[in-house]
Write a new protein. Structure first.
Length: 173
C-alpha cells in the first residue's frame, strides 16, 4: 500500500513540476522576445521603451528559484522512501501506475528540454546586453537544478517501472 501511495504522490508532483516548467519556459520566451526588442532599440539608438524589463525579469528569477527550492525537499524525501521499499513491495497491480509515472516523467523531461531551449535562446541574446543588471546567474542556477532534478525523476520512474515489470511474472507478455 505504501508503494501505491508513493506512486500517486510522485505522479501528482511530477505533473505539477511539468506545468511549472512549461509556464517558466513560456515566460522566458516572452522575456527573450522583450530582450530582442530592447537590443534592437539600443542598436538603433532609440530610447528603450520597456523600462520595467529588468525588474520583472529579476522577480521572475526569484520566483522560479523559490518554486524549485520548495519542491526539492519533497523529491529528496520521496527518493529516500522509495529506496526503503523492497523489490517484493512492487506488486504486479502497480505496473500500470508505474508505467503512467514513467510516461509523466518523459513529458516532464520534454518540458525541461523546452525550458533549456528557452534558456539557451535568452542567454545568447543576453551576452551582448549590458544596459541593465539582470540576475542571469540565478536563472542559470535554476536551469541547472531543474535539469538535474528532472534527470533524477526520470531515473526514479524507470527503476520503478522495471521493478513492477519484474514482479509481473514470466507468464505476462
Amino acid at each position: 500500500m505504501k508503494c501505491e501511495i508513493l506512486l500517486d504522490q510522485i505522479s501528482a508532483r511530477c505533473d505539477k513540476f511539468r506545468a511549472d516548467l512549461a509556464a517558466a519556459a513560456q515566460e522566458l520566451h516572452d522575456f527573450n522576445r522583450r530582450l530582442e526588442q530592447i537590443l534592437k532599440q539600443l542598436h538603433k539608438e532609440i530610447t528603450v521603451r520597456d523600462e520595467s524589463f529588468a525588474e520583472q525579469f529579476n522577480q521572475y528569477c526569484l520566483s522560479l528559484r523559490r518554486k524549485l527550492d520548495e519542491d526539492e525537499p519533497f523529491w529528496t524525501q520521496v527518493r529516500a522512501e522509495l529506496r526503503t521499499c523492497k523489490d517484493a513491495d512492487w506488486t504486479s497491480d502497480l505496473a500500470l501506475p508505474a508505467k503512467g509515472l514513467n510516461s509523466r516523467a518523459k513529458t516532464l523531461s520534454r518540458a525541461c528540454d523546452e525550458f533549456t531551449t528557452a534558456y539557451d535562446a535568452f542567454y545568447r541574446n543576453y551576452t551582448g546586453f549590458t544596459a541593465a543588471k539582470l540576475n542571469v546567474w540565478l536563472l542559470t542556477s535554476c536551469q541547472n537544478d531543474a535539469a538535474k532534478l528532472t534527470g533524477k525523476i526520470l531515473f526514479l520512474a524507470r527503476e520503478t517501472a522495471k521493478k513492477t515489470e519484474r514482479n509481473r511474472g514470466p507468464y505476462v507478455y
